[in-house]
Design a protein around this ligand. Structure first.
Ligand code: AMP
Length: 187
């Protein structure tokens, strides 16, 4: 059973490549961003609390996403692709503990590398159709700062464990998918 983290800056193509990985390896796709947006759309108590944080491009508190991930691992039987989680080193440490609690380990982390200018270009393009309130120039800048300050150290965390698979996220979508499959299959 594979348990994989897909990692990269906002706009790196995590969503697109997640679809491919989930299909190829028969995994359950868990996107914390999607789960949080659903809370907002459903106007739950949690949704009301997190909307302004997400609209500002900041990370919501660890407790909230960790509970979601714990529940997801508990329910799953196939293996999970974690998308948008972990977003900081504390979350990465908790993920290792939660997987261990359920008798699992992380197979690998797939890291999509895309230059900053291209990330901004893609997100502004996506903003035209996404309907996401955090896809505007101001919030995009905040999201990238959060990524650089808090999320990027997660890559070093997995690198130290020998689990980081670096993929060039620039270019043809199909080529990127093939590079990912090749890297995962070579483990
Ligand atoms: P995403 O869809 O992954 O780009 O996430 C959108 C927003 O949801 C982020 O800017 C954060 O506000 C929030 N979010 C998603 N995943 C996490 C996480 N693991 N930890 C904290 N906040 C998160």
């Amino acid at each position: 059973m594979k348990n994989i983290v897909i990692f990269g800056a906002p706009g790196a193509g995590k969503g697109t490549q997640s679809d491919y990985i989930v299909e190829r390896y028969g995994l359950t796709h868990i996107s914390t961003g999607d789960l949080l947006r659903k809370e907002i759309a459903d106007q739950t108590e949690l949704g009301k609390r997190i909307k302004s944080i997400m609209d500002a491009g900041q990370l919501v508190s660890d407790d909230i996403v960790i509970e979601m991930i714990d529940n997801a691992i508990g329910r799953d039987t196939k293996g999970i692709l974690f998308d948008g989680f972990p977003r900081n080193v504390a979350q990465a440490e908790v993920l290792d503990q939660l997987l261990a609690k359920h008798g699992r380990t992380l197979t690998c982390m797939v890291r999509l590398d895309v230059p900053r200018e291209e990330l901004i270009r893609r997100m502004l393009e996506r903003a035209k159709t996404s309907g996401r309130s955090d896809d505007n120039e101001e919030t995009i800048k905040h999201r990238l700062v959060e990524y650089e300050n808090k999320t990027l150290p997660v890559a070093a965390y997995y690198n130290k464990q020998g689990k980081e698979l670096k993929i060039n996220g620039l270019g043809d979508i199909k080529r990127i998918s093939e590079d990912i499959a090749h890297a995962i299959d070579s483990i």
